[in-house]
Design a protein around this ligand. Structure first.
Ligand code: UT7
Length: 332
């Protein structure tokens, strides 16, 4: 009998309607459409507007789309994992809120915080629950409402982030050897000083002072983060290829975290693959943190074929980074 593996059997997603263009950002901060496009590859991003609308709102929309595309009954879901750094609140977990909202009444659920690598960590975690034989249907959601933690006066940071959500269904497969095959993940809190949120946690709870000092926004030293990202994301992708004896011609697509087109290009170059094999939607959505990778899979779903070799790669806050080797499981 073949080893049980966890395959992706469907994707859903949600993007808020409001489009924040580079042109609109030109009116908010000292920047230009040309600078943003050239330095990042981003033209526009989506923003979730409206009172009391958090990540769970977008996550539930993504999961509902997933259920309607796959015809899965929410009651069949055993586990729902939500990957996010912008939870609705510190607790309860956003996963708990989403699971109840979508009717996954027989599931247990929890959040994973691994910033831009969150979806990859969530996928690997979920795959182990399935491979163990304990669980049959697991949903992994990547969602972030980055606009809730962005200072729209900080031109170096506000231009790259956007809001969005996407979700995949993982199921067991005992036959064909598709699904999540391998991964290489790392983390190092050396990244804390370069990318963090100063207040709002147990070390520095919210106060009038923290609000006045803008300590509830993303603090990012872009250039330092860029340097780590550009080498580590490429290294991780290359390592996973080497470990699994994959050559450039064996790869159908690189599915990279969408933080900056220049980081993506460097990763593709290291892997020796051309741009026609790189999933890219940064132009439309910017950096939606935990949602970028599943949103790419959603946009390219109709180009994927059963048995395709995909390398998913990410780098983000923590630092956290890694790459995952996935064999696609269905034709669209
Ligand atoms: O996903 C989570 C992990 N995050 C990342 O992977 C982000 C990695 N970092 C980046 O993508 C890039 O560092 C940024 C896009 C954030 C910034 O681009 P950069 O090319 O690294 O710019 P920089 O910070 O080195 O700044 C270069 C120049 C500076 O001016 P001077 O000092 O050379 O005169 C900045 O003040 O560009 C200036 N600048 C801008 N100019 C116009 C910074 N932001 C802007 C802007 N518009 N929005």
């Amino acid at each position: 009998m073949n080893k049980r593996s966890a395959v992706i059997s469907g994707i859903g997603g949600y993007l808020p309607e409001y489009i924040l263009t580079n042109k609109e950002l030109e009116r908010m901060v000292d920047t230009t459409d040309e600078w943003i496009l050239e330095r990042t590859g981003i033209r526009e991003r989506r923003i979730l507007k409206g009172e009391n609308m958090g990540s769970s709102f977008m996550g539930a929309k993504a999961v509902n789309e997933l259920f309607s595309k796959t015809n899965v009954n929410p009651k069949e879901i055993d586990l729902l994992i939500c990957c996010t750094v912008t939870p609705d609140m510190l607790f309860p977990a956003t996963a708990n809120i989403i699971a109840t909202e979508v009717g996954a009444v027989n599931a247990f659920s929890y959040d994973i915080n691994a910033a831009c690598s969150g979806f990859l960590y969530g996928l690997a975690t979920a795959s182990k629950f399935i491979e163990s034989g304990m669980h049959q249907k697991v949903v992994v959601v990547g969602v972030d409402k980055m606009s809730s933690i962005i200072d729209y006066e900080d031109r170096a940071t506000c231009i790259i982030f956007g809001d969005g959500a996407s979700a995949v269904l993982l199921e067991a497969d005992d036959n064909e050897g598709n699904g999540i095959i391998d991964y290489y993940f790392r983390s190092d809190a050396i990244g804390e000083k370069h990318l963090h949120m100063k207040a709002g946690g147990s070390r520095r709870p919210a106060s009038i002072e923290t609000v006045k000092n803008k300590e509830h926004f993303v603090y990012q030293e872009g250039k330092a983060v860029f340097k780590f990202a550009v080498t580590n994301m490429a290294d991780a992708a290359f390592k996973v290829m080497q470990k699994n004896n994959l050559k450039a011609e064996d790869i159908a697509f690189l599915v990279p975290h969408q933080a900056n087109k220049r980081i993506i290009d460097a990763t593709a170059k290291r892997m020796g693959i051309g741009e026609e094999k790189v999933m890219m939607n940064i132009e439309k959505y910017g950096n939606t943190t935990a949602a970028t990778i599943p949103l790419c899979l959603r946009d390219y779903e109709d180009q994927l074929k059963k048995g395709d070799n995909l390398i998913l790669a990410a780098f983000g806050g923590g630092f956290t980074w890694g790459a995952l080797y996935l064999k696609w499981n269905y034709d669209f």
